[in-house]
Design a protein around this ligand. Structure first.
Ligand code: PHE
Length: 358
């Protein structure tokens, strides 16, 4: 056997028995690298007599090509072997139980309270509506009979949004949900029974005020709607909400531009060992504003105030949630603190099983 053939056999055997990529690469360098054995044989061509060069050159080249092919196929085999080994080593057992991440969500008390109230009013036949947070001056103020110099219209009480085009009327972040009542009256004909709810915005921040909070308002309009309907509706709704039969209510005279007469409504309560007890005792707690819809408001919505009359009421959702669920600080509603949510939040299955009108 020629030396060349012997070398070929030796390297072939090495390739076939190489067990990893590193060893295979060493074999390649030793055979075909700059100083490799086969490369050495090729360099010998120049030193041969011309008549031997061709056949010798051909033979060396054949050896080189054969080895290259073998290296390539062994490389593929070893790569697959390495990948298989890695897959086995890094295998993830998907049948193992997952870590308990304790990330079950809960329902925010605001959402819970809104759904309870919407449900209570739905039981009494009230539709539920929502409207835009960004309002025009007409729906937030003018249609609601706010005089031009009313303090709520002042820059320091209300968030005005700079209009896109100079000269356009600035919009406001609605300061109450009453504009939804206006929009509802524009879109419907009486008889009307509706509640609306959503976020409202005022430039205020202290322990009992946040720049954003939630309101729910109600409206009933028909030919004979009167103050007795207002009283009966709120007595029924608040008794249901607080879970107190025949909850005592007190009506105090008040003022709103959009209602006449206007009233503020308190619920009966008392304090026992520092705890608020709703529905018992001789103390009063203010919970909402209300009144008979001002004739100007009906007129602004295209209704005839000679024929139609109605009542409206409005309340703060946070305040009701604080009273019912014993939450002491308004600001904590919006801190997004998961520990707070865990404590005050509601399991999805504890909620009323309907969200009517939404
Ligand atoms: N819109 C009033 C407010 O934001 C609440 C209200 C509504 C009062 C309807 C009376 C009637 O304060």
């Amino acid at each position: 056997m020629s030396a060349m053939e012997e070398l070929k056999q030796k390297i072939t055997q090495e390739i076939e028995t190489a067990t990893d990529l590193k060893a295979l690469d060493e074999i390649r360098v030793n055979a075909l690298g700059k100083k490799g054995a086969v490369t050495g044989l090729m360099q010998k061509i120049a030193t041969l007599p011309p008549e031997e060069r061709k056949s010798y050159g051909q033979a060396v080249n054949d050896v080189k090509t054969a080895l290259e092919t073998m290296l390539e196929s062994r490389l593929a085999v070893l790569k697959k072997k390495e990948l298989d080994a890695r897959l086995i080593k890094e295998a993830v057992d998907v049948t193992l139980p997952a870590y308990d991440l304790d990330t079950q969500g809960s329902v925010h008390p605001i959402t819970q309270t809104i759904e309870e109230l919407v449900g209570i009013f739905a039981d009494m036949g009230f539709d539920s509506a929502t409207g835009p947070s960004l309002e025009d001056d007409f729906h937030n103020f003018t249609a609601l009979n706010f005089p031009p110099n009313h303090p709520a219209r002042a820059m320091h009480d209300t968030f005005y949004i700079t209009p896109e085009n100079e000269g356009d009327e600035p919009h406001v972040l609605r300061t109450h949900t009453s504009p939804v009542q206006i929009r509802y009256m524009e879109a419907h004909q009486p008889p009307i029974k509706m509640v609306c709810h959503g976020r409202v915005y005022r430039s205020d921040y202290d322990q009992t005020h946040t720049p954003m909070f939630h309101q729910m308002e109600g409206l009933m309009v028909d030919e004979t709607t009167n103050f007795g309907h207002l009283k009966g509706t709120l007595k029924e709704a608040l008794s249901a909400f607080f879970g107190v039969k025949d909850l005592p209510l007190r009506f105090r005279p008040s003022f709103f531009p959009f209602t006449e007469p206007s009233t503020e409504i308190d619920i009966g309560c008392s304090w026992k060992n520092g705890e608020l007890v709703i529905g018992e005792g001789d103390k009063w707690m203010e919970v909402l504003g209300a009144g008979m819809v001002h004739p100007n408001v009906l007129k602004n919505c295209g209704y005839d105030p000679q024929k139609l009359q109605g009542f409206a009421f409005g309340m703060g959702i946070e305040r009701l949630a604080m009273l019912k669920y014993g939450i002491p600080d308004l600001r904590t509603f919006f801190d997004a603190d998961l520990r707070w949510m865990k404590h005050y939040g509601f399991m999805a299955l504890q909620r009323p099983n309907r969200a009517i009108g939404e």
